[in-house]
Every structure is written in structure tokens, then in C-alpha cells.
Design a protein around this ligand. Sequence first.
Ligand SMILES: O=P(O)(O)OC[C@H]1O[C@H](O)[C@H](O)[C@@H](O)[C@@H]1O
Length: 536
Amino acid sequence: MAAAECASALSSSEKVNFSKLQNGSDIRGVAVPGVEGEPVSLTEPVTEAIAAAFSSWLSDRNKSDTPSRLRVSIGHDSRISAETLQDAVSRGLASAGVDVIQYGLASTPAMFNSTVTEDEEYFCPVDGAIMITASHLPYNRNGFKFFTKDGGLGKADIKDILERAANRYTESKQPAALSVQKVDYMKVYTSDLVKAVRRAAGNIEKPLEGFRIVVDAGNGAGGFFAAKVLEPLGAITAGSQFLEPDGLFPNHIPNPEDKTAMKAITEAVLQNKADLGIIFDTDVDRSAAVDSNGREFNRNRLIALMSAIVLEEHPGTIIVTDSVTSDGLTTFIEKKLGGKHHRFKRGYKNVIDEAIRLNSVGEESHLAIETSGHGALKENRWLDDGAYLMVKLLNKLASARASKPGSGSQVLTDLVEGLEEPGVAMELRLKIDQNHADLKGGSFREYGEAVLKHLENVASSNPVLQKAPVNYEGIRVSGHGGWFLLRLSLHDPVLPLNVEAPSNEDAVKLGLVVLAAVKEFSALDTSALDKFVHTA
Ligand SMILES: O=P(O)(O)OC[C@H]1O[C@H](O)[C@H](O)[C@@H](O)[C@@H]1O
């Protein structure tokens, strides 16, 4: 499908529900027509209004300290609607009197980086940055993430921007005099990553010489990592796959939580006898790895690995994670590594903000990381960066090679030794039918809260179950050698259920507890749970 077919224009008299485009701290919508039941919501005029609204938000925020014209950078991932939206964003910004700098294909973390880089040749630092991406969502979606030098914008800022956009959308527009610069900013960002590995290795030019490392970019924006980061450091990247951007994602979903994606990189490692495999999501703010034996470092195992690295550097520090992390991970961080596991809420912005808050009240934390593969380090300005997580693994490889040549990725494998892993780990997503009479006109959130309250009461009266003493999200309960967590999704009318247990039999016992408690809620679709408890 050609980019020109994307994002057909709406007339300004049509009603646009801007608030529906908010997805937590991002904006997301449908940008490409053709999928039944998914009309285009992120049209060019809507996009122009959002970009102009960001610039008005930015200029209000910077009023006192930036008398000159504002500069905003724009980057995008490999989606087929990227260029159309990039042009619309540029027009929206220019109409608001902002200087526009287009980076073309870029990663989300690079966009944040552009707000802190000091380099006039690249028009940096910019006052704000916009990344056009919908992460791992299907090809027809797209969206925006916004950054200033203080990091990614939060929920309240996005709400504000969408309100401003709704007001602007009805205003008649003047054609804007477009002042657009194009620069290859990824050159700056990748050279920062290369320098970070060289520095950690004692300023050796090629600290990864001889390592075979394969990259799977899933046809997203992460293909640069092979040629622009690994190769200059001396690694051999033969066997890397899906490095070419292709917004139809023909090979697999670029998502390190996805089983097919992890299988693809694992096979590439084994076939190429590589020391390490690295996989990114579409916009490179999430990642995972695979060791030379094909063992996956994603989800809890990636957190364990990163915790081991960070706790060597900062003994005793607090590791902040999302809520769906395993009990085995807590034991590993606290008993084996001597750190403290702070299991917080789901959502990368939530874990990062919590780590920043802890530091501000004198509780030292250096790592905030989610099972999804999002992760941020204090040393890297709390930038949510999948590529930087991989840089930390590369540093480990390089230092192990210096002391023990030929040991491949064994150093990483050894670091997670002792992590207890459950026999069964699963997530089922139970949908709330928002139009169901049982909601009695209330919101799906209220309904979900009622389900959780009831489950809490049921669990409290069952002597074989123990409610988690500290819990920030949903209902987490231990029993039958495992645990379950039922919570409200951050964005969707869904109650995700995570269960971990030593065996299928135990997982079924936990599943039955949940099923018995929620079955009277007729707007909740429990078919996946029914199926699990009857067939597992
Ligand atoms: O609550 P859920 O539906 O499981 O979604 C949770 C996820 O939402 C978004 O994708 C965020 O980027 C992730 O950081 C978060 O983990």
C-alpha cells in the first residue's frame, strides 16, 4: 500500500474525538484505511492539530527561558504511514512558528537524546522531539511520543495537548511557511552508544572483536544496531535478520514479548553459532537477548540479568519493576544479589517515575525495568532505551573476553544462575464487554474494580491463599506453590490474569479460584480461563 493512500483527510466540520487518541502517555490511532471496523482516526488534519498543540504546550512551558524560536525534531519508525504523518506533523509545527528538524527513520530513545545533545551542526539540543510510532501494534496503526529534556511526557501532558488540539482543529488554518531541515541524527546517537562501550572497555577501539552477534530488528527501526553499533566495535553480525525497514512487518511482530519473535532470533543464534542474539521492538525502546545456547533473556530473565549487572555496580540498590514479575525474581534480587526488589505497577513510565521518586526521597535506585523489555538506567538519564540495555550486556561480554578469551556469552548465562523459574507461566486477558447490561451504565473501570474487590474478598476467606502483603496494582495472591495477579489493563477494557505455578495442575487450581470468584460477572468474557482450567 502506498503512503499516499494513508490518512485521508477529514473535513474540519466532522467531529473528532481527540481524547480517544490518548493511550496512557502516548497518542495512538488508526492511520491506514482498509481494516474492517477500524476507521482512520489519525488523519493528516488531526495530526497537524496535535503537532501545533504540542508546540503551544512547549512554548507555554518554556516561556521564561527560551526567547528565541523553538526547535522540534521529528523521527519515525518503519510504518507505511510514517512519511505522510511526518509531513503533517511538520506542517502543524511550522504553522505554529516552530523550526522543524526531520530525522527520518529513527528510534524512540534517539528522539529523547536529541533534546540533550549539544551539537549545533545537528541543530541540537532541540526544545522538543516527536517520535511517530505505534510500537509493536499492527501496520495500520500509528501514534506519537513526545519528549523534552526532562524525559517523555506524562499522561496529564498528553491530555492537555489533546485538549489544545481539539480547540485548534476547528480554527481555520493559514498555509504555513515551511522551514524544514533534514539531518542524519542517528549518526550522533549511534556514535554515543559506540563510545559508551569503548569507554567501559578502557577505550579499546574494537572491544567486541571476534564476537558473533546476530540482530533481529523485525523490520522495524532497529536495523542500525548491526552496522552502526556492533560492527564498529569489531563484532561479526553475519546472520542478522529483518534489518530492512518494512512497515508491513512480513516476518514477525517486532516485539520481544512475542513467542514467534523470540523463536526467530533463537533460531538465528543457533544456526549461525552466534555468541549472542539481540532483538528489538519496532521503535527500539524495548529489547531482549539470547545466549549462545539459545536461552532467552527476556521478561523476568532479562530483569534478572540487568539486575545482576547493575547490582555489581551499585550494591544494595533498589530494582523497580512492573507488577507481573515473578516471586523467583524477588528471591533472586534480594537473596542472591543483595538488592531490593520494588515490584510496582505495569507501564514503563510508571516504573521509571517511581525510580526517580525513590531517588528524590533518598532511596537509591539505578534501574527501572518492565517484563515487556522497557528499561531505563539512572546513569543514562532514565532514558527508556532498549539499545542501551543491550550496551550494558555488550560491556559485560567485552570485559569477560579481556579476562577469559573465547568464553562467548557464558558470562551472561552465569549471571542469572540460581534464578528460580516456574514450571508454568501464563497471561490470559479477560475482556469486559462495555455494552453489557451488567455494567448498569457504569464505566468498564468501575466494573473491573468491582470484580477485583469481589476476588479479594473470596481470596481472603480461603485459608490456603495469602494476599500479597505489599501490592500496588490489582489483586496478587499466593497459593498452591505459585501465585496469580488479576489487574485492570492500563488502557483496554480488559482484566489481564497472570498465573505462575510449579505445574499445570497447580496453575489450574489457581485458575479455578479466580474463575469461581468472577463467574457471576456476566460482562466479563472468561472463555480463555474456562478453556485453560478444563483442558490444561
Ligand atoms: O496493562 P496492559 O494492557 O497489559 O498494557 C501494559 C503496557 O502498555 C503499554 O504498552 C506500555 O507501553 C507498556 O509499558 C505497558 O506494559
